[in-house]
Design a protein around this ligand. Structure first.
Ligand code: ATR
Length: 270
């Protein structure tokens, strides 16, 4: 039995054990998956111990996604771009770090929802860790126009940085979205967790547009309500992204891709 785990603080709330165990059962993989609590002081030694005991991989959740950067021998381009790691793989080559969050988001939009990002106009609101993690995979999906806006403008510019391209890949303050019309609008801020309301400019939703909230299990958030009223045709929270990023990690570890929709129903039933 190959051992895997998620490490975080807190970690008891994590859906990863449920998801990974369901994937493993469905695909007949002989593996176990546990939740491990660590502190800032014990994070590194806890990971090393798990490896020493023969562990094959870990998911890393808050607040350790940045700390994990220090313990990898190699990392994926998308982890480097995100400057954060959510998946570790241990083998003879050492410790490999990946970040599956952005790919999870892109897969959820394109595969589960059937909405292609290629050639579309894309707006991301927020420039924290979640936004930084999603940027490269979203850009690689080929939007015709991609604007990142944030309350603190400088952080939006930092995310876009050397990928900036006038008229195609741009950053600015939230008001910068005014007057634009977008096919996909993603809320990557933490307002849905704090109960704040975003100053969403009017008229930004193009016909048949999608409003996507990265947060999940928050019901119809103020952002999603405003979006529906503002003309968004499709709305979604981030539950599918959660399942898809887990599936992407499972693929890295086991070489097979689990089914998303089945795991989504499992979580919705919960
Ligand atoms: P996460 O890891 O979830 O991305 P984070 O790194 O703390 O969390 O980032 C939170 C994001 O939500 C930031 O973009 C933040 O904007 P600032 O960079 O200006 O702080 C945004 N945010 C939080 N509260 C907000 C509010 N009331 N209005 C607008 N943006 C807000």
């Amino acid at each position: 039995t190959d051992r895997y785990a998620i490490i975080g603080n807190p970690v008891a709330q994590s859906k990863s054990p449920l998801l990974q165990t369901a994937f493993a059962r469905r695909l007949g993989q002989d593996m176990s998956y546990e939740a491990i609590l660590a502190t800032a002081d014990t994070f590194h030694e806890t990971v090393r111990r798990f490896m020493g005991e023969g562990g094959k991989g870990m998911n890393v959740t808050a607040p350790f996604k940045l700390d994990a950067l220090d313990l990898v021998d190699e990392m994926s381009d998308r982890a480097r771009a995100a400057q954060a790691i959510n998946t570790l793989k241990f083998d003879d080559a050492g410790v490999y770090g990946d970040n599956t969050d952005g790919a999870g988001l892109v897969n959820d939009i394109q595969e589960r929802m059937g909405i292609s990002l290629a050639g579309r106009r894309l707006l991301v609101i927020g420039a924290g860790g979640a936004s930084r993690g999603a940027f490269l995979p979203l850009l690689e999906a080929g939007p015709a126009y991609f604007l990142v806006v944030n309350r603190t403008e400088s952080k939006a510019h930092a995310i876009v940085s050397d990928r900036a391209e006038q008229g195609r890949v741009e950053a600015g303050p939230i008001q910068r979205a005014e007057g634009g019309r977008f096919d996909v609008v993603i809320n990557a801020t933490s307002v849905s967790l704090t109960g704040d309301r975003l100053p969403l400019p009017e008229g930004i939703f193009a016909e048949s547009s999608l409003a996507y909230e990265l947060a999940y299990n928050k019901g119809h958030t103020a952002f999603l309500q405003d979006a529906a009223q503002g003309g968004a045709a499709h709305i979604s929270d981030g539950l599918g992204m959660l399942v898809s990023q887990a599936a992407e990690g499972f693929l890295l570890w086991r070489g097979v891709r689990p089914d998303i929709s089945e795991a989504m129903s499992l979580l919705r039933e919960e």
